[in-house]
Write a new protein. Structure first.
Ligand SMILES: *[C@@H]1O[C@H](CO)[C@@H](O)[C@H](O)[C@H]1NC(C)=O
Ligand SMILES: *[C@@H]1O[C@H](CO)[C@@H](O)[C@H](O)[C@H]1NC(C)=O
Length: 397
């Protein structure tokens, strides 16, 4: 061996090169996750009109212009006037909508259990707040304190105490113009441990939990969106922006605030900002996550921002509620939000600083995150370390 050091160098270089290719490959394949493969996508609204409108014929707005597919959602959307409101008993109310779906979908029995459960109760959308028995833990209305510029509305689940605490200690910690709220279903659960007393204590201690009395499962996340929008109407109508985000995201709050403050006013008025999927279509592999049977939905998804975290203009809350009353239920919260925005004639805006499905080795690097607005997923410990590094002038990049 004439030059063992050269050989060592060469093999190290090759390893590094291989590693780089691998990292790029994995991050690309993971980024294109979600509901991939462009196919016959619905044509999107062409011009970005900044003002929401809600036409009488939503089918056309939602791109249902060709021959009407037989799939249940498409048929429903065609026929739907408004969904039965939760507290009315008109024509059997919200339960009747689900019962009809179960009866009219020929292969309903073969649907995955969570999709069946979703459809049975999908039109039931009014739920009372879940309040701790001992009282206390009231979430103050915005007028009682002051109106936030950016409300951080974090979708959590009752058992995820550590995730919530990490958010409170990091990107959700008090800052001028921001306010932090967590959105949760019932802490009683179905078969799991009863977390009522722990959640009641937490609610009392922090007064930042908005809880409603429904089963907290992923297919019920749209309820959190809709109940939040209704809460905003009553308690925080003048909020400028709302970040709807999962509790395993890391938000670079100062950078996000800077970005929002610099937006052109016409964009800001109708904002729907995040990591945007433009040409996604339903996944058809039964047994896999995000599976959507052909007999339920046909066509492409509207352009939508990934549910990992996106920002909307607060003034759109009442508009979105009106749209939701007339858009047939769909199991994925982010796709459903995309449908509602599309019904209003509004388009999402993509920002490359939102990365909602990033490899763990990147999300924990403060130098990469420094220039981003939101990354996900991150564990509580990683969030805390990252927040410290981002704020520490010693940690130069
Ligand atoms: C709604 O729009 C679609 C597509 O343009 C059209 O085929 C349908 O007739 C319209 N429905 C009504 C009730 O006007
Ligand atoms: C959502 O919550 C409601 C009310 O608790 C429940 O009836 C329904 O089954 C839940 N949805 C799913 C998909 O479990």
């Amino acid at each position: 061996m004439r030059c063992p050091k050269c050989l060592l160098c060469l093999s190290a270089l090759l390893t590094l090169l291989g590693l780089k290719v691998y990292i790029e490959w994995t991050s690309e394949s993971r980024l294109s996750k979600a509901y991939p493969a462009p196919r016959d996508t619905l044509p999107g609204p062409t011009t970005a009109n900044p003002e929401p409108t809600l036409p009488t014929n939503l089918s056309a707005r939602l791109g249902q212009t060709g021959p009407l597919p037989l799939a249940y959602w498409n048929q429903q959307q065609w026929r739907l006037g408004t969904l039965p409101s939760g507290d009315s008993a008109e024509a059997g109310g919200c339960q009747a909508w689900g019962a009809a779906a179960a009866a009219e979908i020929p292969d309903f029995a073969t649907y995955p259990e969570d999709l069946r459960r979703f459809l049975l109760s999908a039109a039931c959308r009014s739920f009372p707040r879940w309040l701790p028995r001992a009282g206390g833990g009231q979430v103050a209305s915005c007028s009682d304190t002051d109106v936030p510029y950016l409300l951080l509305a974090v979708k959590s689940e009752p058992g995820r105490f550590a995730e919530r605490q990490a958010v409170r200690q990091t990107w959700g910690s008090p800052a001028p113009g921001t306010r932090l709220l967590f959105l949760l279903g019932s802490p009683v659960g179905e078969a799991g441990p009863d977390l009522s007393s722990l959640v009641a204590w937490e609610s009392h201690r922090y007064s930042d939990l908005l809880l409603w009395d429904f089963l907290d499962v992923p297919f019920n996340r749209t309820l959190k969106d809709l109940l939040l929008l209704a809460w905003l109407g009553h308690h925080c109508p003048d909020v400028t922006f709302v970040l709807q985000v999962q509790d395993d995201a890391f938000v670079h709050t100062p950078a996000l605030l800077d970005h929002l403050q610099a937006l052109p006013p016409t964009w800001a008025r109708s904002l729907y900002l995040g990591e945007v999927f433009n040409q996604a279509t339903p996944l058809r592999k039964a047994g896999r996550p995000f599976y959507v049977p052909e007999s339920f939905f046909e066509g492409g998804y509207p352009a939508y921002a990934s549910g990992g975290g996106y920002v909307i203009a607060g003034r759109l809350a009442p508009w979105l509620l009106q749209a939701a009353a007339r858009v047939a239920p769909f199991p994925f919260d982010d796709v459903y939000t995309g449908l509602c925005f599309r019904a209003l004639g509004l388009v999402p805006r993509a920002h490359p600083g939102f990365l909602t499905d990033w490899p763990a080795d990147r999300t924990t690097n403060h130098c990469t995150v420094r220039n981003l607005l939101l990354v996900r997923p991150l564990g509580p410990q990683d969030s805390i370390r990252l927040w410290k590094q981002l704020r520490d002038p010693q940690h130069q990049c």
